[in-house]
Structures are given as C-alpha cells and as structure tokens.
Design a protein around this ligand. Sequence first.
Ligand SMILES: [Zn+2]
Length: 204
Amino acid sequence: MAESLSIQMRGLVDQNTIVHAGLVGGGRVPRPGETSLAHRGVLFLDELPEFDQRSLEVLRQPLEDKIVTISRAAGTLTFPANFQLVAAMNPCPCGYYGDPTKECSCAPSMVTRYQKRISGPLLDRIDIHIEVPRVPYEKLTGERVGEPSSVVSARVQAARERQHTRFASHDAVISNSRVVCNADTRSGPPTCVCSASSIRRDNH
Ligand SMILES: [Zn+2]
C-alpha cells in the first residue's frame, strides 16, 4: 500500500533553467530528463507557455506512451516516463485577462499568441483544465480553517486501497506494468476492470 502512495514531486521545473534535454532527456550520452525522473510521480511545470515550444511538443510522446525514446548513432535508448503532468499558466502575459477587478493591459493579439503557445494536441492530452480566479486578500488571510491535509490524505489512501483491490487481478494480466491508478489501465484490456456488459447491468 505504501508503495502506491509514495508520490515523488518533481516540483517547480523552472522554464528559465530547463532546456530541451533537461525536460525529456538527451545529450551525447543520453541521460534521463525530468519526465523520467518524475516516473511514477508528479511533474509540475509552472508558467507553461514560457517553456520552449519544441520541448512541450516532445512531451506528447511520454504522455501517450509513458516512455521516452532517444535515438543516437550508437543506438536507441528508452527511459520510463509514466508521470502525472500538472501545469500552471496565466491567462495572458500580464496575468489579468478575465479578472473581474483589474483590467488586462495586453493587446488582444498578445493574449491570443500567448494562449496559442500550448498546442491543441498537447492540451488534448491534459485531462482536466481548471480556471482558478484570483482569491481576495481578505479571504486568504481570513480565520476560516479548511479541511486538514491529514483528512484529505486518509481519503486518498482509502481510494488507493479500493483501486489496489480492483486492479489486483489486472496486475496479473499485464506483466512488467503494475497498475497503480486508473490512467494505467490503458496499457491492458479494459474489460479486465470494467466491461461494457457490467456497465449496462449497473445502469438498469
Ligand atoms: Zn493581460
């Protein structure tokens, strides 16, 4: 159980210091990049549009195949890269586009150009997109205490245990690829986990 909860956070990869090879791997003697170092963990890319567009497009392979393949004259190397991508971006260069209280100072063409830096195919591979509005200062500094992390952690652990039980038989089917979360089930026959007939039965 503890194994499936050990999430490694490759935190705050900085677009100013990272280069193409640093993100996906590479070099004369190929070395793993951040995508492989975040294997079985979370890769957080802050200020996503500020990253080199070529590097961002290369992310499409590991997001799809969970591996990174690097070809050199001497041969081809494959690194594991099964990570959960979390990314953040501003709505425009000044950060206020759509803000209810402060006006955006960017020209419309700048806003469009900025948002287009993330290609459609890459956006398609990010399952959940959430707009996070600005939180007023009074709310941030208020007395209201939210749910403690320990409670959230217990809820996540309970969900992980249910998944572990659900995927127990699935593990045996897919050799060399232990199923940890729902996203991993794409690597095997989905009927092991959820067949169309069982969905029909549940709905009636
Ligand atoms: Zn703006």
